[in-house]
Design a protein around this ligand. Structure first.
Ligand code: FES
Length: 110
């Protein structure tokens, strides 16, 4: 299980949820009512699932693939903490995440 604290685009605390191993961060975030469109449903074609990973406790996140990094180059407000939520599969080793919504999104699939 992974505890996830979501932050709004302004950095204010929003929902806290507990996610099961094997779920993608995108699914968990959408179920928690977070404003991530995820237009391409995890096909790595849109970048509307872009989030900012503000903190990780427990195991480190797996590094982004080259394709993920390429798409992140076009994500709205991307920083070094940017990830595509559809590509992050949670595992029990990841104890806690703090995930901030970006201030907007760009849909690269349009
Ligand atoms: S849902 Fe489209 S890139 Fe993640």
């Amino acid at each position: 299980m992974t505890d996830i604290q979501f932050l709004t685009a302004d950095g204010d605390p929003d929902t806290v949820v507990t996610a099961a191993s094997g779920e993608t961060l995108l699914t968990v975030a959408q179920n928690a009512g977070q404003p991530l469109e995820g237009t391409c449903e995890g096909q790595m074609a849109c970048s509307t699932c872009h989030v900012l990973v503000r903190a990780v406790e427990g195991a480190a996140l797996p590094p982004p693939s080259e394709e993920e990094e390429d798409l992140l180059d076009f994500a709205y407000g991307a920083t070094r903490e940017s990830r595509l939520a559809c590509q992050l599969v949670l595992s029990d080793d990841i104890e806690r995440l703090v995930i901030q919504m970006p201030g907007g999104s760009v849909d690269m699939s349009r």
